[in-house]
Design a protein around this ligand. Structure first.
Ligand code: NAP
Ligand code: GLV
Length: 309
């Protein structure tokens, strides 16, 4: 069995070495133009040339959870696209979102500003019952995040395409319940995949529904930059309708130095760092799935191309 590794801007050496150890019977090589046809590929943002030169790949294993970039390529119908299932990202995403939520709710940013001035300040405690958190996307990462938030006793709502039952989470499903979900949420966490249905879903109309349409809503976007209409967010914050945002993903990455998000006092920016791929765990997961596929067994995380995730 031949495995090719194409990670575009990332160095493949450690991935190749770890895959060789995990699959000692396989021939694992970094991809270069003109390389022989392989059976499976481990990829991140491969170019179209890679797909065109490897038309008989059976499995295309993405070293991330989101497959929007891969689905933008022309892919033979026979090629199975497989995303990472958690693989160490769930706990990181839970840390990141809980940190952003609590930093906002407890006004730690305000205390930090006071501390810089040497000011021993009092900030009135807020009632967490007024800070319902809505999680968009209740998949592998969204469920993990919703459950982590509920341990801090915030009211938690969730929204997905198909109906769900999750303890401690008021679950909504489908477009028909989107407005009710938004209206009942004060803090909105985005963990949707980027698809034709979800592109631009965070816009003036949806964001102004937060908190029952009253000022004070807050956005945490950790999914994809193209979910958000960036100018709408800025207008709503500057008009005082939204309290602010924590953003990890952007329409253009890296975020250009002149972008207003960098210096906005109500916006916290991180460089697509909320949940990094953990190589060791990911290699073990991918190797396990390749072995299962070769035995003809079903595997988790196969992307349904029609729905886009
Ligand atoms: P997942 O398991 O595929 O979950 C996706 C969830 O979104 C599912 O609950 C799905 O509903 C829901 N959904 C999809 N389309 C919808 C629609 N049109 N309306 C309502 N709900 C919809 O994905 P995941 O592993 O949790 O990852 C989510 C996303 O996080 C990834 O696609 C990626 O973009 C992003 N991500 C970002 C980082 C980062 O570092 N910033 C790291 C990892 C992942 P059903 O349950 O009904 O199917
Ligand atoms: C990172 O953004 C991922 O999709 O894993």
């Amino acid at each position: 069995m031949k495995i090719t590794v194409c990670l575009t801007d990332l160095r493949p050496d450690s991935w190749v070495a770890d895959l060789r150890s995990a699959l000692p019977d396989a021939e694992v090589e970094p991809w270069a133009p003109g390389a022989p046809q392989a059976d499976h590929a481990v990829v991140w943002a491969p170019p179209q040339t890679f797909i065109d030169e490897q038309p008989r790949l059976r499995g295309l294993f993405n070293i991330g959870a989101g497959v929007d970039a891969l689905l933008g390529l022309r892919l033979p119908p026979s090629m199975r696209i497989v995303r990472l299932d958690d693989a160490g990202m769930g706990v990181q995403m839970a840390e990141y979102v809980c940190h952003a939520l609590i930093r906002h709710f407890r006004d730690f940013e305000g205390y930090e500003a006071d501390a810089r001035e040497g000011r021993w300040s009092f900030r009135k405690p807020r009632d967490r019952m007024d800070f319902a958190v809505g999680v968009m996307g209740l998949g592998v990462l969204g469920q993990r995040v919703a459950q982590a938030i509920s341990t801090f006793e915030f009211p938690v709502l969730g929204w997905s395409r198909s109906p769900k039952q999750i303890e401690g989470v008021e679950c909504h499903a489908g477009r028909e319940s989107f407005d009710a979900f938004l209206g009942a949420s004060r803090v909105l966490v985005n963990l949707l995949p980027l698809t034709d249905d979800t592109r631009g879903i965070l816009n003036a109309k949806s964001l102004s529904r937060l908190n029952g349409g009253r000022p004070g809503g807050y956005l945490i976007n950790v999914a994809r930059g193209a979910h958000l209409v960036e100018r709408d967010l800025l207008s709503l914050i500057d008009a005082g309708q939204l309290a602010g945002a924590t953003l990890d993903v952007f329409e253009t990455e890296p975020l250009p130095p002149e972008h207003p998000f960098w210096r906005h006092p109500r916006i916290t920016v991180t460089p697509h760092a909320s949940a990094r791929t953990v190589r060791e765990v990911s290699v073990a997961q991918i190797a396990g799935k390749i072995r299962a596929m070769e035995r003809g067994e079903p595997i988790a995380g196969v992307v349904e191309r029609d729905r886009g995730y």
